[in-house]
Design a protein around this ligand. Structure first.
Ligand SMILES: Cc1cc2nc3c(=O)[nH]c(=O)nc-3n(C[C@H](O)[C@H](O)[C@H](O)COP(=O)(O)OP(=O)(O)OC[C@H]3O[C@@H](n4cnc5c(N)ncnc54)[C@H](O)[C@@H]3O)c2cc1C
Length: 291
């Protein structure tokens, strides 16, 4: 099918884009890499009156160190993130998450901002953003604001962004020295969206767990933290039994995972537990745990 008719705008600066979006009606859509939006247009699941293409706005394409973190412009492609030596060296969990997104052809065009704004519950970037507590910079005609990851993802394919808001940057804090991490998922085929996945950061003091953060994705309308499982770990001597019991808590803690032709709700719940246990084990080893 072909998309329904729409007006097309391709501003060359962020200021121009923001002022255009402020003037157009609420049925306008921002276009970035088009890897999610164009199929929706072609299937007429989205019928915007106008598209504002960010493709020419070079000022939104960058990766730089920023005050203890890495700041990435929204228009930076997933492939650029994957190839960044800075990301690989300083934030390997983001590098690993990027490599799990689709295939190189899609990562060549898909942008980090597009993935975060699209907010697919099985997507890697929303999960890694929640895991690391990333900040999102947003511009609109009324000014700039920053939204934390915990408030950004609202529900299925829905974020705190309004129709005239441009996500301009995501800033990931670096992990403290000694913090172990893991980011894994289960897919039916290489490059598919995850049936379920887990991101973990963990720190140990002696043999005791002094910090734990667990984020699951593909199992709810947004990525979710397993706060009860995190609490069950902190202050305890790490052991295989403790990891198994925390994974069981994480599995029991999630709501009602989606059931579709790829996996039943119960299978996704089971996978959430398996992914949590594997991710905790891998992250703990990176934090120096010897078992
Ligand atoms: C076959 C296939 C497999 C895929 N597999 C995966 C996968 O395994 N994991 C995964 O995470 N993704 C996957 N994707 C999606 C891919 O990562 C997309 O690139 C991404 O979701 C959207 O990025 P984009 O730049 O293409 O955004 P677009 O498609 O252009 O836009 C997506 C949405 O975000 C909005 N938007 C874009 N940029 C901004 C901005 N700066 N500010 C505000 N709103 C904005 C648009 O209005 C639109 O609503 C897959 C896609 C395909 C086609």
């Amino acid at each position: 099918m072909k998309p329904a008719p729409f007006d097309y705008h391709d501003p060359e600066t962020l200021d121009e884009a923001v002022s255009l979006l402020g003037r157009l009606d609420d049925d306008v859509k921002i276009l970035a890499g088009g890897q999610s939006l164009i199929p929706l247009l072609n299937m007429r699941l989205a019928r915007p009156t106008a598209l504002v293409d960010l493709g020419k706005i070079a000022e939104l394409d960058y990766i730089r160190e920023d005050n203890g973190g890495i700041a990435i412009g929204a228009l930076t492609t997933q492939r650029t993130v994957e190839r960044s030596q800075l990301v690989k060296d300083r934030l390997p969990v983001l590098y690993e998450a990027t490599r799990l997104i689709a295939h190189p052809q899609i990562r060549n065009r898909g942008t980090i901002g597009g993935s975060l704004a699209h907010a697919d519950p099985a997507a890697e970037y929303p999960a890694v953003a929640l895991l690391l507590d990333a900040d999102f910079k947003v511009r609109s005609a009324s000014g700039e604001r920053t939204i934390g990851a915990a408030d950004f993802f609202v529900t299925y394919l829905t974020t705190a962004l309004g129709p005239a808001d441009v996500l301009t940057e995501v800033r990931f804090p670096l992990l403290a020295e000694g913090v172990g991490w893991s980011f894994i998922e289960m897919t039916r085929r290489h490059g598919d969206f995850a049936l379920a996945g887990a991101g973990v950061t963990i720190a140990l003091s002696g043999g005791e767990c002094s910090h734990a953060r667990i984020v699951l994705f593909g199992v709810d309308a947004t990525p979710v933290r397993s706060k009860a499982a995190e609490q069950a770990l902190v202050g305890q001597e790490l052991s295989e039994e403790l990891i198994a019991s925390a994974a069981q808590t994480a599995r029991d803690e999630i709501g009602e995972p989606l059931s579709d032709n790829h996996a039943s709700s119960e299978f996704r719940r089971h996978l959430a537990g398996v992914m949590t246990a594997r991710a905790l084990t891998e992250a703990a080893r990176r934090a120096g745990w010897v078992n």
